[in-house]
Design a protein around this ligand. Structure first.
Ligand code: FAD
Length: 397
C-alpha cells in the first residue's frame, strides 16, 4: 500500500478580467486551484466590435467545454481572401473549413467581443460545482511580489499564493515588475472600427456576397488595409480599416466621421466605399505596442504576466487575444501538474520558457505583416501579388 498526498490547492489572484484574465481564470480553476479576479471597471464587458478567434485559441476553449457556447455566438468563415485595393479583385483564396479543424484542432470563429467575453464569464461562474470570483470596482495600484499581495485603490490589501498580471496594454503590473514607467509606444497606425448592419448591405446586390457567405476579406493597399467579416446574432458586418495614425496627441480612442474614412479610402474598391457609406458612426483606435521584456516573472516565483500586459501586438495576424488565451491555457495546464508548492518558481519559469519565444514570434510577425499588407504600387507589390495568385502560401496557426 502507498499513500498519495493530495495536490496543493493554491489561491491565485488574477489582475484584470479581459479575455486573457478570464481565460487564465478558467484554466487555473479547472486545474483545481481557487481563483479571484480583480477588475478595475464597474461593469464586466468588452469593446463593441468583432473579433477573430483562430484555431490556436479555439482548441483551448473547446478543451474547457466551450464549443457549444462559442458555436452559438459565432460564424464560421469558410475562406480567407486577399484582395487588391483598387477593384477588390481576388489575389488569393484559402479554404478554412475543414482545414483548421483537421490540421489545427479547432474552428476559426468570428464573433462579437461582448459575446466572447460573456461566454468566458459564464464559464467562470459555473465551472461544475466550483466558481471563480470576479470582483469589479477593484483597481490594483501596488504589488508586493514577495508576500505576494496586491493593494487596491480603495486601500485594502489582498494576499494570494500566486498573482497573475493580465491588466492589458497599459499594465500597472508590468510597470511594477520592471520598477519603472514603461508606456506603450506608437506604431504609426490607427484602426477604424465599424459595424455595418447586414440588412443594409443586403439591400445592395453588389454587397450580397459579403453577407451571404461568411469569409474573411482583406483588401491590401498603399499604407493601409481593411479586414472585414460577418458577425452572427447582431446581424452586423465587422470592418477594421487600418491607415496611418492621424490622432491628436494624448488621445487613444475617439469617434470619427465616416466622411474622414471615405476620404482616405476614396481610391479603393467601390464596394468597400459603399459599405463605409452605409454607417453613421465610426470609432478610431490608436494602435500601440509594448516593448519586449527580459522576463515576465518575478524572481520570488509568485508572480507572472499574461496577455497584452507582456506581449501587446499589432492586430495584423488577429492573434493578440488568441495568444492571451494560449497563455492562460498553458499556465493552467502547468498548475494542474503541481505536486508541491515548492515547485511553483520552476513552474513559472517553465511557463515563461514555453510562451515567450512563441509570442515574440507573433508580435514580430504581425509587424512584418504590415510591410506585406501595406505595399505601395510598384515592382515589390507586383511580386507579392504574383506569389498570392500562384497560391504559394498556406495559412498556419
Ligand atoms: P485587456 O483586454 O486590455 O484586459 C485587461 C483588463 O484589465 C481590462 O478589463 C482592464 O480594465 C483591467 N485592468 C487594467 N488595469 C487594472 C488594474 N490596475 N486593476 C484591475 N484591473 C485592471 N486579437 C485576436 O485574437 N483576434 C482579433 O481579431 C483581434 N483584433 C483586434 C483588432 C484591433 C483593432 C485591436 C486593437 C486588437 C485586436 N486584437 C485581436 C487584440 C486583442 O484585442 C487583445 O490582444 C486582447 O483583448 C488582450 O486581452 P488582455 O486580457 O490581455 O487585455
Amino acid at each position: 500500500m502507498h499513500l498519495k498526498m493530495p495536490k496543493p490547492r493554491l489561491n491565485v489572484l488574477i489582475v484584470g478580467a479581459g479575455l486573457g484574465g478570464l481565460s487564465a481564470a478558467i484554466a487555473i480553476r479547472l486545474a483545481g486551484h481557487e481563483v479571484l479576479v480583480l477588475e478595475q471597471a464597474s461593469t464586466l464587458s468588452e469593446v463593441g466590435a468583432g473579433i477573430q478567434v483562430p484555431p490556436n485559441s479555439s482548441r483551448f476553449l473547446i478543451s474547457w467545454g466551450l464549443r457549444e457556447a462559442m458555436d452559438r455566438v459565432s460564424v464560421l468563415p469558410e475562406v480567407m481572401r486577399f484582395r487588391s485595393y483598387r477593384d477588390g479583385g481576388i489575389l488569393n483564396e484559402q479554404p478554412l473549413v475543414p482545414l483548421t479543424e483537421e490540421v489545427y484542432g479547432g474552428p476559426y470563429w468570428h464573433c462579437h467581443r461582448a459575446d466572447f467575453h460573456k461566454v468566458l464569464l459564464e464559464k467562470c461562474q459555473t465551472i461544475g460545482r466550483l466558481t471563480v470570483e470576479v470582483r469589479i470596482n477593484s483597481m490594483v495600484i501596488k504589488i508586493d511580489f514577495e508576500a505576494p499581495s496586491v493593494t487596491l485603490s480603495t486601500g485594502g490589501t489582498i494576499g494570494a499564493d500566486l498573482i497573475v498580471g493580465s491588466d492589458g496594454l497599459k499594465s500597472r503590473c508590468r510597470e511594477q515588475l520592471l520598477g519603472h514607467s514603461d508606456p506603450p509606444h506608437l506604431t504609426g497606425d490607427l484602426a477604424y472600427r465599424i459595424l455595418v448592419k447586414a440588412e443594409e448591405m443586403r439591400k445592395h446586390k453588389d454587397l450580397e456576397e459579403f453577407v451571404n457567405k461568411p469569409a474573411i476579406n482583406t483588401w491590401m493597399g498603399p499604407n493601409a488595409h481593411a479586414v472585414c467579416y460577418l458577425l452572427k446574432d447582431q446581424g452586423y458586418y465587422n470592418m477594421v480599416l487600418i491607415c496611418p495614425d492621424n490622432m491628436p496627441g494624448g488621445v487613444n480612442v475617439m469617434s470619427a466621421d465616416p466622411t474622414e474614412v471615405l476620404e482616405f479610402f476614396k481610391s479603393w474598391d467601390p464596394k468597400l466605399q459603399k459599405m463605409i457609406s452605409l454607417v453613421s458612426s465610426v470609432s478610431k483606435w490608436r494602435l500601440q505596442n509594448g516593448t519586449e521584456m527580459a522576463s515576465w516573472t518575478h524572481p520570488s516565483g509568485k508572480f507572472a504576466l499574461l496577455g497584452d500586459a507582456c506581449h501587446a501586438t499589432l492586430p495584423y495576424l488577429a492573434q493578440g487575444a488568441a495568444i492571451a488565451v494560449e497563455d492562460g491555457g498553458v499556465l493552467g495546464g502547468l498548475l494542474g501538474k503541481l505536486e508541491d508548492r515548492s515547485q511553483l518558481p520552476a513552474l513559472l519559469r517553465a511557463y515563461e520558457g514555453l510562451r515567450k519565444n512563441r509570442t515574440t514570434k507573433i508580435v514580430t510577425g504581425s509587424t512584418d505583416m504590415r510591410d506585406i499588407l501595406h505595399m505601395e504600387d510598384g515592382e515589390k507589390q507586383k511580386r507579392r501579388d504574383a506569389v498570392l495568385l500562384a497560391d504559394d502560401i498556406k495559412p498556419g496557426f
